[in-house]
Design a protein around this ligand. Structure first.
Ligand SMILES: Cc1cc2nc3c(=O)[nH]c(=O)nc-3n(C[C@H](O)[C@H](O)[C@H](O)COP(=O)(O)OP(=O)(O)OC[C@H]3O[C@@H](n4cnc5c(N)ncnc54)[C@H](O)[C@@H]3O)c2cc1C
Length: 409
């Protein structure tokens, strides 16, 4: 018997529930052959049948069942060659959907989740500003109420995939006269609204994954506000927590991802002098420890909203990737400095935030951003120190001062 009265993150799935979910996958595949069905039609049918995120409520892409049942769904669909648009809409999928689910109204969920899942509407994250990155709560982009609309002015930066996005996850300052964390409000902004200007920013890889975004008198209907006025920090925390878990989660299979690439290069190299074998083994062990730690963190996350374990996953994965691709460059020698496939100066339409990979030379350059995006390694260490190890917190001189009174350059 399958009920929708389950607690998705704490209840263990029953055998009946697993059978029920897998029967739905069979039915979906029988009625929509992945090879012959247009991608959006297939994903739309998957959403409608409750297999987008099984722990989401019925009618919103889920079945209200324990989240653990998602893994068998993904495995089976992947095996049958079913399409996914995660890379095209990674921010929508990994961050937008959980944020809308946790803080959105029924109307917002109905309007936003389906086209997000099918990839019809791409999402970006508009948090960072030139003067607010690690200190996100210090942001300055303002939203001023005007009837049942808000008027937004300011600048965001490093907005991944903003150039192809329909919606942006936007944190604004609505009250400058209270301490910084309390004066924020969160919106979903239409990136095609008048007054939104997106300009590409080029990275070390040559690609322009991210952008500057300027807002000049952009009007957002109040119906696109997530949660209460002034509750923006709480909503942003949901987004940041799931972002870190997503970036940190990496590959689930043993010896997959970056360490697999390093091993492949090592095996191919006829002359193994010059590169320390122990260095490779240490990275292999580190990858395995990180993978198992991340699996455990994932299970803990299922016991509730992701907590500081997302920071553990993000920190270890980002730092390991940098060291692994440095080893890859040492293994490649001079070849590591060439770009046989070209050093492409393009703005990609998809970004795999969840996993690095591909050409080791590009991955080496991209791995630098890994320890910055979603919060730098220093910030992850601060979170771990304070929230896991219980160390004294950093001095925060501006904590109780109205944002407008805090000196800034
Ligand atoms: C590839 C990539 C993609 C990104 N995509 C997005 C996106 O889609 N949307 C978005 O909003 N942002 C995005 N970002 C921005 C990212 O979140 C910020 O760059 C990051 O939070 C750091 O902020 P900052 O660049 O302003 O650096 P700062 O906060 O100015 O930090 C500068 C240096 O000081 C250190 N530092 C700062 N404060 C402390 C402290 N308290 N203790 C110790 N050290 C500290 C930092 O670790 C860093 O080394 C992206 C960044 C990258 C690299």
């Amino acid at each position: 018997m399958v009920t929708s009265e389950r607690k998705p993150f704490t209840d263990e799935p029953t055998t009946d529930e697993e059978d029920h979910v897998l029967a739905r996958v069979d039915k979906l595949l029988a009625e929509h052959d992945p090879a012959g069905t247009p991608v959006r039609d297939f994903l739309g049918a998957r959403f409608d049948t409750g297999l987008a995120w099984v722990w989401f409520p019925e009618g919103h892409g889920g079945l209200g069942l324990p989240a653990q049942l998602q893994d068998p769904v993904e495995r089976k669909l992947r095996k049958e060659g079913a399409p996914s648009v995660v890379d095209q809409n990674v921010i929508g999928y990994a961050m937008g959907a959980p944020t809308v689910l946790a803080h959105g109204t029924e109307e917002q969920k109905k309007r936003l989740l389906r086209p997000l899942f099918t990839g019809e509407e791409i999402w970006c994250q508009l948090f960072s500003e030139p003067g607010a990155g690690s200190d996100l709560a210090g942001l300055a982009t303002s939203a001023v109420a005007d009837g049942d609309e808000w008027v937004v002015n300011g600048q965001k930066v490093w907005a991944t995939l903003a150039h192809v996005s329909k919606w942006g996850l936007l944190v604004t300052r609505t009250d400058p006269n209270v301490p910084k964390h309390r004066g924020l409000t969160y919106f979903v902004v239409d990136m095609h609204a008048p007054g939104v200007e997106v300009r590409p920013l080029r990275q070390i890889t040559g690609g322009a994954e991210f952008n500057e975004v300027f807002f000049t008198d952009v009007r957002i209907p109040d119906s696109m506000r997530l949660d209460a006025v002034g509750a923006g920090w709480r909503v942003a925390t949901t987004t940041l927590m799931v972002e870190r878990v997503a970036i940190g989660e990496g590959d689930q299979a043993r010896e997959s991802g970056p360490i697999d690439q390093a091993l492949g290069l090592w095996k191919k190299k006829p002359d193994k002098t010059g590169v320390d074998r122990e260095r490779l083994m240490r990275l292999w062990v580190g990858s395995e420890v990180a993978r198992l730690t991340n699996l455990r963190a994932r299970e803990m996350r299922r016991a509730g909203t992701p907590g500081p374990e997302g920071a553990v996953a993000k920190l270890t994965t980002a730092e390991l990737e940098k060291r692994i691709y440095e080893l890859c460059m040492d293994l490649m020698g001079m070849e590591g400095t060439t770009y046989p496939n070209g050093y492409e100066m393009k703005a990609p339409e998809a970004v795999n935030l969840l996993r690095n990979g591909g050409d080791e030379r590009v991955a080496f350059l991209r791995s630098r951003g890994r320890s910055i995006e979603g919060g730098t390694s220093e910030i992850m260490r601060n979170i771990l120190g304070e929230r896991v190890l219980g160390l004294p917190s950093e001095p925060r001189a501006d904590k109780d001062i109205a944002w407008a009174q805090v000196p800034r350059s």
